[in-house]
Write a protein that binds this ligand. Structure first.
Ligand SMILES: CC(C)(COP(=O)(O)OP(=O)(O)OC[C@H]1O[C@@H](n2cnc3c(N)ncnc32)[C@H](O)[C@@H]1OP(=O)(O)O)[C@@H](O)C(=O)NCCC(=O)NCCS
Length: 282
């Protein structure tokens, strides 16, 4: 029997399949780290066999901000096939179906994250983009000025407004609010006056890593230092300009690829301005 394509797979079924497929430890769920895949803002394409979800690919269509205006792109994630059904072409089938839909929607690029480069290369994906990574201990400012009172803990409306107002990377929409607030494994720290915030960690993927930051640069440095005192190996990722603004020098950092990407139109050139922060990388 050929599995049946299910265009709007129930979120709970996807969480179950992907949690199992990625080998999450007992008691932990994939959706705690990636609640975006449970939101109504995404498409969940599944294959059903005898009433069971055996393979899944998620699509989030969104806008990449550039100096020439927004570009429509798609992020792909929660790609998994049940262990007993692997090697039969199911993920490839769903990925091809996803790419057809993304192309039809007029997106210029599809982006995803994963270590299975060979598998994704078969569908036309290659490493693209740049991200910088530093140890917080590489911060080039005098530590004496960074002692501070403990920051506020937790996501709040002010941080959300700052995320909505960001001028680079994937644009957040008001409709993204629920899934952004739903991250259970992201730790948000902020100072109210002057306002600054950072986001630290996201499950297995971004362990010991600061992946969002904004507001007053001195406040950000204090937040980073606060995390460094808790975890001396903590790191921060971001764009070159963002990290320079925080007080890092590129000579101390590591330059790495941002994602796997596939152009959706012949001749599409990668724009070096493209950026995806940890919260959207999925
Ligand atoms: C990776 C995964 C989604 C592949 O699913 P699948 O349904 O078995 O994939 P397919 O049968 O469509 O495989 C397509 C091709 O990729 C190859 N391939 C499959 N998994 C691969 C992997 N992990 N690394 C490299 N190549 C892989 C297959 O051998 C096959 O090659 P062929 O076309 O030459 O025969 C599945 O192994 C899985 O769920 N893994 C755990 C979760 C995960 O890692 N997801 C992806 C990270 S975002």
């Amino acid at each position: 029997m050929t599995p049946e394509l299910l265009e709007t797979t129930r979120a709970g079924l996807v969480d179950e399949l992907v949690t199992r497929s990625f080998g999450y430890p007992a008691g932990r769920r994939f959706f705690e780290d990636f609640p975006v895949w449970g939101s109504p803002e995404v498409e969940r394409l599944g294959l059903i066999d005898h009433g069971k979800l055996i393979s899944h690919v998620g699509i989030r269509k969104c806008e990449m901000q550039t100096s020439k205006g927004p570009e429509r792109v798609a992020l792909i994630g929660a790609v998994a096939t049940d262990e007993r059904h692997r090697g039969r072409g199911f993920s490839s089938f769903l990925l091809q179906e996803a790419l057809r839909r993304i192309e039809a929607a007029g997106c210029t690029w599809s982006l995803l994250w994963g270590s299975e480069h060979e598998f994704y290369a078969k569908q036309g994906f290659r490493l693209e983009g740049t991200q910088w990574r530093f140890l917080i201990s590489d911060l080039s400012v005098p530590v004496s000025g960074l002692q501070s009172t403990p920051p506020l803990e937790g996501m709040n409306e002010r941080i959300w407004s700052a995320l909505l107002a960001r001028k680079s990377g994937i644009r957040f929409q008001r409709s993204d609010r629920d899934w952004v607030f739903a991250h259970r494994s992201v730790r948000w720290l902020s100072f109210a006056e002057p306002f600054s915030y950072v986001a630290y960690e996201r499950g297995m993927d971004l362990k010991h890593i600061v992946h969002e930051a904004g507001g007053d640069p001195t406040g950000i440095q204090k937040l980073l230092y606060y995390l460094y005192l808790e975890c001396p190996i903590a790191q921060v990722i971001g764009t070159e300009s963002e990290l320079e603004r925080m007080g890092f020098h590129t000579r101390d950092g590591y330059r790495e690829n941002l994602c796997l990407a596939r152009p959706m139109k012949s001749g599409s050139a990668w724009n070096p301005e493209f950026w995806v922060s940890g919260l959207s990388a999925c």
